[in-house]
Design a protein around this ligand. Structure first.
Ligand code: ADP
Length: 263
């Protein structure tokens, strides 16, 4: 029972006997701790850009004759920081929606080819021609939420571009694997050391904070992916080697299991 949080209560019973009631509160304590951590992390993430914005506003009001070039530079930085806050808030809202019991997934037939094509075009735009970004679609259509799947696939594709130096390759593929349909994103990027892999889908967990920020990351992308996949009974496998590249493999249930998807 070590490491478990037990709540014990003694209740008087007839004939001066007593009943000892124990309740294992380990799971609720863990959830409470995660909630506290999330609030602390989110506040910290929002405070950083806000501090920059407030700082520049103070400079601007204390310096009425600020020259046009400095004013323009300050406005540019403030806009960047405001966009960072916007991205964070969008991702936090998406996550809380995905976790909400009041927001059940609406499963519908999803035609995969145009969805992957959209994600491909978005990844190419993000790469700005600096990577070779390709896609191949050779798998069945599935049931699920097109909007959620698009967002999960786009997160994986954008990570592949963001964590691959210019000149590298990013490949998206939709295939029919032995366990069920698979969406695979492979890159020849910086890769991930094994010790980080199990924690990557935790909110705000990043291997390298500054690289994530430089490339406009919120630290919530893979947490969103995890929740979308949970709702689709799909799994995420991450295979990576530091310095060589990564494979993010999403496996959906085989056809006969998909018949039981919630509607
Ligand atoms: P972020 O916004 O920081 O990219 P994510 O939740 O999407 O947040 O990813 C969490 C962390 O996982 C990233 O900060 C990065 O360290 C690592 N990561 C994700 N995808 C890749 C990838 N394709 N290659 C290398 N590292 C990655």
């Amino acid at each position: 029972l070590r490491d478990r949080k037990l709540i014990c209560q003694i209740i008087p019973f007839e004939n001066r006997r007593q009943i000892l009631v124990t309740h294992d509160a380990t799971e609720s304590a863990r959830i409470e701790e995660m909630r506290r951590d999330f609030i602390a992390n989110a506040s910290h993430e929002l405070r950083t850009p806000l501090t920059v914005i407030v700082g520049f506003l103070e400079i601007a009001s204390a310096t009425p004759d600020l020259d046009a070039a400095s004013r323009a530079a300050h406005l540019k930085l403030m806009t960047e920081q405001a966009h960072r806050m916007q991205r964070l808030i969008e991702d936090m809202l998406t996550l809380s929606r995905l976790e909400s019991v009041d927001y059940p997934m609406r499963a519908e037939p999803v035609v995969i080819a145009p969805l992957v094509e959209d994600v491909l075009q978005e990844a190419r735009a993000l790469s700005g021609g600096q990577h070779e970004v390709t896609a191949s679609v050779d798998g069945p259509d599935i049931e699920g939420s097109a909007e959620e799947l698009r967002s999960a696939f786009a997160n994986l594709a954008s990570n592949a571009v963001r964590y691959t130096p210019p000149g590298g390759k990013v490949k998206l593929s939709w295939t029919n694997g032995p366990a069920g349909p698979q969406f695979i994103v492979s890159d020849t990027g910086i890769g991930i050391d094994q010790r980080h892999i199990a924690r990557l889908t935790e909110r705000f967990y990043r291997v390298d904070k500054s690289r994530s920020r430089e490339t406009q990351g919120t630290g919530l992308g893979l947490a969103i992916v995890k929740h979308v996949l949970l709702r689709h009974h799909a799994t995420l496998t991450i295979k990576s080697e530091a310095g060589k590249g990564s494979n993010f493999i999403v496996t959906f249930p085989a056809t006969h299991e998909r018949a039981t998807l919630p509607r």
